[in-house]
Design a protein around this ligand. Structure first.
Ligand SMILES: C[S@@+](CC[C@H](N)C(=O)[O-])C[C@H]1O[C@@H](n2cnc3c(N)ncnc32)[C@H](O)[C@@H]1O
Length: 326
């Protein structure tokens, strides 16, 4: 038994137990999801370090209040909401954030995004609405549907990969789950993580949070949050950076009325073939440099994304951006 003690991990194998842990913790919130598989063709690690709890949930950190469900406004639509409805309050809330390209809901009746605006703000029907889970405006909350393999890479640690089928463009892939932290707590944790090889901290830092509807900066630097997927998280914590990404991160509101606390949701930004690694840009897109990005680390980190237009680094500290005038 490889010299390992006679524990369930040794008897059944770390990999199977880790896969079972994932299945057990997600069975109720992604009913249509194919099981997550773990593969390592690189070295002897049976699975990623299992010292984190696999979950699709948001855990509210110290000083961060959970959603105020009493403040939620629900729609009164009978049956599934009609995207052409003139009275659905969820359509009105979505309209606040929509460009002219999107009428009604951002997902079409196949659950695919109707717009490539980046980053998008998505407002789904919530627990105060009368419509059922089958409503066209409840895609994210139905959970992952795409097959995922968590696989060891040669130069970037573990990564998440598309499995079996082709992914359509603009499809919901997953929610960046983890602990929702105050800015102060995230700063403290960031100092510790910067000393290690990896960080799982992401700033909740979108353009619509900092600007009003006319594009005027209204940010007072207070009340910002970060998501930390170090202790709690799902397969999205293994999404590596690419300079030619196939995923985009958008902001979504379901049972949350506080604009500072959207969910971070991952969508495909192009067609993705079976076996492709799923990646997004930690730097954000080129034309939204002042919006969200992975919490800046103390210095540059060499990028091994391998794409033709790789910039050579993943993210840089504020000083480097200022030097570039970015
Ligand atoms: C959010 S984690 C991604 C999952 C990580 N690979 C793991 O094994 O847990 C971010 C870390 O992954 C590594 N990473 C992600 N993208 C990379 C890239 N393009 N080149 C090199 N390392 C990368 C870096 O160590 C980075 O701090």
């Amino acid at each position: 038994m490889n010299g390992l003690p006679d524990t369930p991990y040794a008897r059944f194998g770390f990999k199977s137990i880790f896969e079972a842990h994932i299945q057990e913790n997600t069975a109720l919130d992604e009913l249509d999801a194919p099981p997550i598989k773990i593969v390592n063709n690189i070295d002897d690690d049976p699975c990623p370090d299992p010292t984190f709890v696999y979950t699709n949930k948001i855990i509210y950190g110290e000083g961060v209040s959970p959603p105020d469900l009493d403040a939620l406004q629900g729609c009164d639509c009978e049956g599934p909401c009609d995207p052409n409805s003139k009275t659905c309050t969820c359509i009105h809330r979505q309209k606040q954030y929509s460009t002219n390209e999107v009428e009604g809901f951002v997902h079409n009746d196949k659950g695919i995004l109707q717009s490539e605006v980046e980053p998008l703000v998505i407002v789904e029907c919530n627990s105060a609405c009368r419509c059922s889970i089958a409503c066209q405006n409840r895609i994210i909350q139905r959970g992952r549907t795409v097959p995922i393999t968590i696989k060891k890479t040669r130069e970037k640690g573990w990564g998440s990969f598309a499995r079996l089928s082709k992914y359509l463009v603009w499809t919901f892939v997953g929610l960046y789950a983890g602990e929702l932290l105050t800015d102060e707590e995230a700063e403290e944790r960031g100092i510790v993580y910067d000393k290690g090889p990896c960080t799982y901290l992401f700033d909740v830092d979108f353009y619509h949070i900092k600007h009003d509807a006319n594009g005027v900066l209204v940010d007072d630097g207070k009340g910002h949050h970060s998501i930390d997927a170090y202790h709690y998280g799902n397969f999205t914590r293994f999404l590596n950076h690419s300079c030619s990404p196939n995923l985009t991160m958008h902001a979504a509101y379901i049972n949350e009325v506080d604009v500072q606390k959207p969910l971070l949701v991952m969508y495909s930004s192009r067609k993705i073939d079976a076996g492709e690694e799923l990646c997004f840009s930690y730097r954000g897109t080129d034309d939204e440099r002042d919006t969200r990005k992975e919490r800046e680390r103390a210095g540059d980190q060499t990028c091994h994304c391998g794409s033709k237009n790789c910039r050579g680094y993943m993210f840089r500290g504020r000083d480097a951006d200022e030097e570039d005038g970015e």
